[in-house]
Write a protein that binds this ligand. Sequence first.
Ligand code: BTN
Length: 273
Amino acid sequence: MIFTSSIYKIPIIKNVIVYDETDSTNNRAKDFGKNGCVEGTLVVSDCQTAGRGRIGRSFSSPSGEGIYMSLLLKPDIDESLISQITLLSALAISRALINNYGIKTGIKWPNDLLINEKKITGILTEKCEDFIVIGIGINVNNKEFDENIAQIASSLYLETGMEFEREILIEKILAEFNDLYYSFLTEQNLKSIITEYNERLISYDRDIYIIPYEMTGKLNNSYQLKDESLPVYHCMGIAPDGSLICRDSYGKLSRINTGEISVRNAYQHNNPN
Ligand code: BTN
């Protein structure tokens, strides 16, 4: 994978390490972190042999098609605020796509990006010792997906017909992330991006199911989730701490910090992650 030097113009980027192949860029970034690498170390690979997603899932990472990168950060913030950086990462990708390519994406809280109800990106944030690693996977130029995930996953190419220079897209995303990250370090909450985030939130002002965490691993095409067995909430958008504000059928508000949500009627049983 070739890289442009202009990425170093982005203040947060201090160090770029590029692989043709590795097991997982998150693993490499963690190794670098443990060996004392600075905040702003970016690991990028053309492909991954063991790309990881959340909840123990794998992330398909074929060569020449997607973006697989991990950014090592050492934010001087309380540990409870780290999950907010994941939401910022999703917004950074969404901004890069709309601002530079005119591509609109929906955000599936907290951090998946969807186009036409299909998942295009995933983010895996991991905390380790005194640093965190933000792992970003984007299906970019993929021309096809395995039959078992084609209903729920897609690529920028398949949804827009456009092919992308991955290096350029990475640079645009990191430029957006840079701005969001430094404002966040000052503000230590998401107040300034709530409106924008909610505008992209696919569940905003809609009825949703909140799917218990332990059920999400079984949520695939072979598992028929009984939606009727779950209570319905109305999604009111995110709070300044990144949690999801939900109203139950009695009008009681609650904030969801963990777990997964499914938008009612939007995906039936094929909810991406
Ligand atoms: C998810 O969809 O659950 C998250 C997927 C995150 C995938 C990225 S690809 C780069 C980095 N390395 C990994 O092994 N995972 C993340």
